[in-house]
Design a protein around this ligand. Sequence first.
Ligand SMILES: Nc1ncnc2c1ncn2[C@@H]1O[C@H](COP(=O)(O)OP(=O)(O)OP(=O)(O)O)[C@@H](O)[C@H]1O
Length: 371
Amino acid sequence: MKEILLKNVYKSYKDTPVIENLNLEIKEGERLVLLGPSGCGKSTILRMIAGLETISSGELYLNGENATNMQSGHRNIAMVFQNYALYPNMTVSENITFGLKASKIDKEEVNRRLEKVLNMLDLKKYKDRLPKELSGGQRQRVALARSVVKRSNYFLLDEPLSNLDVTLRHNARKQLIKIHEMYKHTFVYVTHDQVEAMTIGHRIALLNEGRIQMIDTPEKVYNYPSNVFTASFIGNPKMNLKKVKMEKNKIIIKKQNITINEIWEDILKRNNNSNLIVGIRPEHLKITKEKVDNSIDGVIKFIENLGPNYAIAVDIDGDEWIVLDDYKNWKIGNKVSISFNDYKLHFFNEKTENNIGYPKEVENYDNLCKH
Ligand SMILES: Nc1ncnc2c1ncn2[C@@H]1O[C@H](COP(=O)(O)OP(=O)(O)OP(=O)(O)O)[C@@H](O)[C@H]1O
């Protein structure tokens, strides 16, 4: 099994802890994305797996073998960096095959692998060029090709697409998935871009300040965030997260209240109807001109045109709520009503910021919506 296992891993630089008690299993052939804000420790984890950084305490297992102190060159790992790190004086072909020649693989096999990867990544016509004669996207493909030809068990990528423009990134993501489907490496990908994480990962490990906040499939991370950090990090525009008081089956939002569906009754009771944070994504709010039943009132403060729809900032008793809507005639100053889809609510404990759970009806509803 080509799995990667990190057990109680702790890492500090001098006296400053960067990773605290990390337990992480990356399955054979899985694409795991390490996602999180700048400085949360993503690259440090990748570099510890690669052997480019020591582990302060805890253990790393590769393929079942304790690799905590194994030399980097013995780990059978290919790594792609953000800056590509190509050799400036070597041609594309030489850059791609350099590692193979050094590891004494026979010439015919080297040429076979080179030919295959040049075709796969559309690099054939650039094979005799130097890196400085290539665009950013082409250089990035060479860096990928160089890693792919090694046929390593583990493929580690540290923000490899961050120097590319939107279109190139989109294409490169598809190529990466294609490469992975072909070679089935155990694949660990670092990014701070949630779209990249959602599209590439079988699972996402979301990190903050050296700790995993949630690790699950992109769907679960989006639909059932484990805590306030996860809820606010994933999704664009961000989820609306507001402190509320609960009273029986009513959510009290500032001076207004709405009755929520009885499906939430048990979950809320279990939490003593205490002070909570309610979360609701902008795409799950409805905005209307006329007052509808069970809605709260506000005034439009700002409208942002996103192309297919608008992000509308609505002031509700001094709090800003963002609603997504495709009606083009909303105007700043319009008095509006906001209503909720009760099956798309999230509740978090105000103190711990942890999710308090979902009624089973919510999951049933999500399953129905997917069909
Ligand atoms: N060699 C080092 N010496 C001291 N501190 C370091 C060193 N390398 C990283 N750090 C610190 O460790 C923390 C985690 O860094 P890391 O590069 O892993 O973050 P990251 O999540 O990959 O960030 P980014 O997305 O900005 O690359 C940061 O606070 C960083 O300043």
